[in-house]
Design a binder for this molecule. Structure first.
Ligand SMILES: [Zn+2]
Ligand SMILES: [Zn+2]
Length: 314
């Protein structure tokens, strides 16, 4: 997906680094990420990326080590995280580039989300157990360590069990064609709203994130606004803009060409910085390879950075 120049397309003006930029990459600190920050900056360098954001789900555990990994590889790492939040009854994901990972506001957001995720994860496993699927909380806990597992991760753990291959209800997830996406299919069949093992969402309100995060220097960016669960409208984005949203992830693997043009226009009209992010994870999203989105450029970093607020703003 190639971008057309936008008002933020400053490169190659003087002072801006050449190379691609990706604001949305997950590391092993996300329960569904496969690569360490050190591996990611190596991949970034090999693929012509001058800067990336390691933006794990609801945690800043990758920092500060990821910054040092970036320095060692010659790739700028913009500190960030991806917060799962609720707005208008829907799940919205918010990226927080330029956050200060030591700031209490970030810790509060992170803890709120993490506590809710542990409860959700236990409830999901309980629900599967109630449905007669052979998975215990101990088995899940042993695989995930200190990071609360997402629904797709629980699905992966279940499908990785040899015993699961003998369950007729799970057969379809093992056919050769669907195998890489099996955890996602399982998630949609069992954990999505209205499905037999779904659990109530306990996410932090998005407006709370927009209120609290900027004090840490973070510049809130709405991730993949066109994602099926988010489905952000122009009216949603206008209201969020008024409440402190500064950027919109226009260039993403979630959007088709028409969505990209639609959100590009909204970003322009509402004076939001249009950003690019692949949402690269590794195995859980096999269709997203590293460097798939090449619309990101250093002008986006400069534009976001100029919108930082709070005590740590520069
Ligand atoms: Zn997301
Ligand atoms: Zn993501």
């Amino acid at each position: 997906m190639e971008s057309t120049p936008t008002q933020d397309h400053e490169f190659p003006r003087r002072g801006l680094k050449p190379g691609f930029v990706d604001f949305h990459i997950h590391s092993t600190w996300s329960s569904d990420g496969d690569f360490t920050p050190a591996e990611l900056v190596g991949m970034a360098r090999a693929n012509g990326f001058t800067a990336i954001s390691v933006s794990d789900h609801d945690t800043v555990a990758a920092y500060p080590a990821a910054i040092d990994d970036g320095i060692a590889a010659g790739v700028e790492v913009v500190p960030s995280m991806e917060v799962t939040a609720m707005y208008d009854g829907r799940e919205f994901h918010c990226l927080l580039p330029f956050l200060d990972w030591t700031h209490p506001a970030i810790h509060r957001i992170s803890r709120h989300v993490s506590d809710g995720r542990w409860v959700e994860a236990r409830e999901r496993v309980d629900n599967l157990h109630r449905l007669g699927l052979d998975l215990s909380w101990d088995e899940v806990a042993a695989r995930v360590g200190r990071t609360p597992p997402l629904g797709v991760t629980i699905a992966q753990i279940l499908l990785d069990k040899p015993e699961s291959r003998r369950d007729p209800r799970l057969m379809k997830y093992y056919d050769a064609e669907g195998r890489p996406l099996a955890p996602k299919f399982f998630y949609m069949d069992y954990f999505m709203e209205g499905r037999p093992a779904s659990v109530p969402k306990r996410h932090i309100p998005l407006l709370d994130v927009l209120d609290a995060a900027p004090a840490s220097g973070a510049v809130p960016v709405l991730a993949h606004p066109g994602a099926y669960f988010e489905n952000a409208t122009r009216a949603d984005i206008k209201l969020l803009r008024a409440r402190g949203l500064e950027g919109l992830e226009v260039y993403t693997t979630y959007h088709d060409e028409a969505q990209t043009r639609f959100f590009e226009a909204i970003a322009r009209d509402l004076d939001l910085v249009a950003t690019a992010g692949s949402d690269f994870h590794g195995r859980v999203k096999p269709q997203v390879s590293f460097g798939l989105i090449r619309d990101g450029h250093y002008g986006m970093i400069s534009s976001l950075r100029s919108r930082r607020r709070g005590s740590n703003a520069i």
